[in-house]
Design a protein. Structure first.
Length: 271
């Protein structure tokens, strides 16, 4: 009996040691579970080239390269999913996703519900029209049909010009559909982020679209990575984003997609 009791005691002790060893691999040096072992869910609307779009089934673009670089710097892994525009906000509010990145402008209204990283991109809305159009400024849009992506700052800007309930505003799920409406003659202009429509016009010269800038009508905007309110990982991503701004990684990604050097100081000045 004594031998059996001794054997049982030794087996229990061995089992406890195994449990302790297993637990140590999941615990950080300060004794708490490390969030950095979790793969983060990143959601985007992959219909906004060159920031996020699908190429042969893969989600690519400036924003995608950026979030992966920032996550790597912060010590996280990410899984990027295309959800569409509106579901980004729903998933973050319900804490289904960890991060939203999709050329999302930081503004006071969104800050009421979500947290944002420090800014990572400067943008402004511009106007795209067919060659030969009589539209030369934002003021000229007032009696025109204007296509926009729904729930964007482009929509807000056009509503400021035409009125919130104007029947002249054509709202679409994504910017690609807004451009198709312009091509089909259902709209006289598209208002959207400058980089997106400039890239489209450059890559589709046969469409003969012209880009119009009106600095007096459209404010500068800054994009940020969006998080659930009270996110515990935002500080890690802010720190990592500043690291890649300083160490040249951001500039490398920027030049890959836009072929010019970024103005990093203007982003720093917004912090």
């Amino acid at each position: 009996m004594k031998k059996i009791k001794l054997l049982t005691t030794l087996m229990v002790m061995a089992f406890m040691l195994i449990l302790t060893a297993c637990g140590s691999s999941e615990t950080s040096s300060n004794g708490s579970n490390s969030n950095k072992e979790k793969k983060l869910r990143v959601v985007t609307d992959a219909a906004y080239a060159p920031f996020e779009y699908q190429d042969k089934g893969e989600i690519v673009g400036f924003d995608i390269d950026l979030v992966k670089a920032v996550a790597k710097e912060a010590g996280y892994e990410v899984d990027v999913a295309h959800t569409g525009w509106d579901p980004i906000f729903v998933e973050l509010e319900k804490k289904i996703a960890d991060i939203g990145i999709s050329s999302i402008t930081i503004n006071d209204e969104r800050k009421k519900t979500y947290d944002f990283s420090v800014p990572y991109f400067l943008s402004t809305n511009k106007i795209m029209v067919p060659e030969g159009s009589d539209i030369k400024s934002a003021e000229d849009l007032k009696d025109k049909k204007v296509a926009v992506q729904n729930a964007t700052t482009g929509q807000e800007a056009v509503e400021g010009l035409l009125g919130k309930n104007s029947s002249q505003i054509r709202k679409f799920e994504n910017n690609n559909l807004a451009i198709l409406e312009l091509k089909a003659g259902g709209a006289d202009a598209v208002v959207a982020d400058n980089t997106v429509i400039e890239e489209y016009a450059k890559n589709n010269p046969n469409d003969k679209f012209v880009i119009i800038e009106d600095k007096g009508a459209f404010d500068q905007e800054f994009y940020g990575m969006m998080f659930s309110k009270g996110s515990k990982i935002r500080a890690d991503f802010d720190k990592a984003l500043n690291e890649i701004l300083d160490n040249g990684t951001y500039a490398e990604i920027y030049k890959k997609w836009f072929k010019v050097d970024p103005n990093i100081q203007i982003l720093k000045d917004q912090q």
